[in-house]
Design a protein around this ligand. Structure first.
Ligand SMILES: [Zn+2]
Length: 342
């Protein structure tokens, strides 16, 4: 405030009147004003601290300090508790499913929009649920890829309460800083889960990795995965009209820093190499199944026994379906041959 009264207001010919404090800048300077400003400042700082402390205590106790996230609503019996909001929870489940099926967050957003599913804040508004203000887009079905990815990252869907994820350094600084994950207050089973933990964990690497589409209209399968052996910098794809000449290059060379020699690898060579290696691994896996499983376990493979058996079931049911379809084709062909079909 002091800066306004002493500098900004006089500079801009603004007359400042504070009735309660008997301040009128046109009547001249009030000697007490700077002191009053100082007290005001203390007061604000103190209140801010008190609010922060109360908020922190609440967060530490395991109480929800945010409004229910999309998919949940406040329990009518106890507003401190969250219960599942079936309609939105179904959308949340679909988002996780689509992500596992390989859709990118922007593709998921587009699908939801095309199906005319209300965006989270519009949905909450329509249902009369509390939501965090903010402007609502004119397009009620506008889903952003960030909205989708923030849903995919919310541990709340597994029944957790995660408190104090961000903080402000001071009441004067609006910027919010991220609290490291191990310093957050995390509580388990505080509400019914919408997503099981296994699904959640399987989705995380998919959300973290950006699956960019390159200018050849195909996903850049190595994006964010290639690092220069010498300088450990990321390697990027250099697109060339002739697809067969495109290459990955070491990014330290790009920035003009002479950290290491210009390392590059042709995309085709790399793809061929990875494909050859994959084929070898697959051959090994089919020929020495148990040895392969043992080695995988050493690599801390995320597939559990139950997952493997469910994948096996899926495989056998797909194989059955394949024979079924082959048979249908066969009989159709025979029918055609017998002139039943024209
Ligand atoms: Zn390098």
């Amino acid at each position: 405030m002091g800066r306004y009264i002493d500098i900004i207001f006089p500079d801009n010919d603004v007359r400042y009147i504070a009735v309660g404090d008997e301040v009128d800048t046109q009547k001249g300077e009030n000697e007490l004003t700077p002191i009053k400003n100082l007290f005001n400042e203390w007061y604000v700082r103190d209140t801010s601290k008190k609010i922060k402390r109360a908020f922190y205590a609440k967060g530490k106790s395991g109480e929800h300090i945010i409004l229910p996230v999309y998919g949940y609503k406040k329990s009518p019996d106890d507003p401190k508790k969250w219960i599942i909001d079936d309609e939105a929870a179904a959308v949340v489940k679909r988002i996780f499913k689509m992500c596992l099926e390989g859709y990118s967050t922007s593709q998921i957003a587009k699908i939801l929009e095309s199906e005319h599913i209300y965006s989270p804040s519009v949905y909450k508004k329509k249902k009369g649920l509390e939501y965090n203000g903010g402007t609502i887009s004119a397009n009620e079905y506008a889903w952003s890829h960030t909205a989708v990815s923030s849903i995919l990252k919310r541990k709340e869907y597994c029944g957790y309460t995660v408190n104090i994820k961000t903080y402000k350094k001071s009441y004067k600084n609006k910027k919010r800083y991220i609290v490291p994950e191990d310093e957050r207050f995390i509580f388990k089973d505080t509400q019914e889960a919408i997503i099981d933990e296994e699904t959640f964990e399987n989705v995380q690497p998919l959300v973290a990795k950006k699956r960019r589409i390159n200018s050849y209209g195909e996903p850049d399968i190595f994006a964010g995965l290639l690092f220069c052996y010498d300088c450990k910098e990321k390697m990027y794809m250099r697109r060339i009209e002739d697809r067969s000449k495109a290459f990955y290059y070491c990014s330290s060379a790009k920035n003009g820093r002479i950290k290491c020699k210009l390392h590059m690898v042709k995309c085709y060579d790399l793809e061929a190499f990875v494909l050859r290696t994959l084929k070898k691994v697959i051959k090994f896996a089919t020929e020495n199944e148990s040895e392969f499983t043992n080695r995988l376990k050493k690599y801390d493979c995320t597939y559990s026994e139950s997952e493997i058996s469910s994948l096996k079931n899926e495989l056998s049911s797909k194989e059955n379906r394949k024979t079924e379809i082959t048979n249908i084709y066969k009989s159709l062909y025979e029918d055609k041959y017998k002139n039943i079909l024209s």
